[in-house]
Design a protein around this ligand. Structure first.
Ligand code: ARG
Length: 262
C-alpha cells in the first residue's frame, strides 16, 4: 500500500474525477489507515511504499504490478500523469529482493485490469489496458489469460466491475456486475462462473465490486451493504470501510491494495 500523503484530484482521467470537488486530506488519511488496519486485524501483512510528491494517484497501488508466484509484471500507464508511478514500484520490488521483475511493452494497468482467480487470470480491456498486454501477461506470468471487454466508462478498470471472493480450489468464487461487460464477455463469465454472486447497478455504483476478499473475509465499501448481504450468505464475514475520499478519484479498497502473491 502507498500512504495518501500526496493524494488529490488534480486531473480527470475517469468519470468519477472532478477537480472542483475537494478531497478532505485528513479524512483520506484516516480512511486509508483504517483500511490498512483492517487487513492487519485479519492477519494479512501490509508492506508500504514511499509516496512521491506530484503523483496524486500513487495511492492506488493495485495499478502498479501483478504478482503471481513471485513473478512481478510491472505497469505501463495510459495517462501521462501516472506514467512515473510504475518506476517507483519497479524499484520497490528490486529493493525487496524480487528477482523476476519484468516491465510490459503494452499499456498495462496491472491489478486494475488483471484479477487472479487461482486458475486463470481475468484480464480487462476497453478503457485502459491494451489487449496486447493480455498476451504479454500470459507469456511473462505463465498463466492462462481470459480477456474480457469492458463497455461502461464508469467501470473503466476490471477491478471496478469484478472481484474474486475465493481463489482456493478448482472452482473459484467471484462477484461481478454483468452490465459492465460486452455481451460476449458476459457469456464467458456465465460459462466460467455459473455460481458467481451477481451485483446490481446500485451496488456497482457504490463501488461494491472494488471489494477485496481472502476466501473467508470480504472488505467492502460503506454503501455496498446489500451486496455485503449476498456475500455473507455465501459464508463470508463482511468488513465495511468508508472510502468516500478515494471514490472522488474513482478508487476504492481494492484500488488502494496490491496483492503480493509470493
Ligand atoms: N484516479 C485513478 C485513475 O483513474 C484511480 C485508479 C483506481 N485504481 C483501480 N485499481 N481501479 O487511474
Amino acid at each position: 500500500m502507498c500512504p495518501p500523503q500526496h493524494f488529490a484530484v488534480e486531473y480527470v482521467i475517469n468519470p468519477w474525477m472532478n477537480t472542483d470537488v475537494p478531497v478532505d486530506h485528513a479524512l483520506a488519511m484516516s480512511q486509508w489507515t483504517t483500511l490498512k488496519e483492517t487487513y492487519e486485524k485479519l492477519g494479512h501483512k501490509v508492506d508500504l511504499i514511499d509516496p512521491q510528491p506530484g503523483l496524486p494517484d500513487m495511492v492506488f497501488a493495485a495499478n502498479s504490478a501483478t504478482v503471481i508466484d513471485g513473478h512481478v509484471l510491472g505497469a505501463r500507464f495510459r495517462a501521462d500523469q501516472r506514467v512515473p508511478e510504475a518506476e517507483h514500484y519497479r524499484r520497490w520490488f528490486l529493493e525487496h529482493g524480487y528477482r523476476e521483475v519484468t516491465m510490459p511493452t503494452c499499456i498495462n494497468e496491472a491489478e486494475g485490469d488483471f484479477t487472479w482467480t487461482g486458475t486463470v487470470l481475468l484480464a480487462g480491456t476497453g478503457f485502459r489496458t491494451d489487449p496486447g498486454a493480455h498476451a504479454e501477461a500470459q507469456e511473462i506470468l505463465g498463466v492462462p489469460v481470459v480477456s474480457l471487454q469492458l463497455i461502461d466508462p464508469r467501470y473503466y478498470h476490471l477491478d471496478t466491475a469484478l472481484f474474486v471472493l475465493d481463489d482456493r480450489g478448482p472452482a473459484p468464487l467471484i462477484c461481478y456486475y454483468p452490465e459492465a461487460f460486452s455481451p460476449g464477455s458476459q457469456r464467458v463469465l456465465a460459462r466460467l462462473f455459473p455460481d458467481a454472486v451477481i451485483a446490481s447497478s446500485a451496488e456497482a455504483e457504490a463501488f461494491g465490486l472494488n471489494g477485496i476478499a481472502d476466501g473467508a473475509n470480504a472488505v467492502l465499501p460503506v454503501g455496498a451493504e446489500t451486496l455485503g448481504e449476498k456475500i455473507a450468505d455465501r459464508g463470508f464475514e463482511i468488513h465495511y470501510v468508508d472510502i468516500s475520499e478515494f471514490m472522488k478519484s474513482g478508487g476504492g479498497p481494492k484500488c488502494c491494495t496490491m496483492e503480493i502473491r509470493d
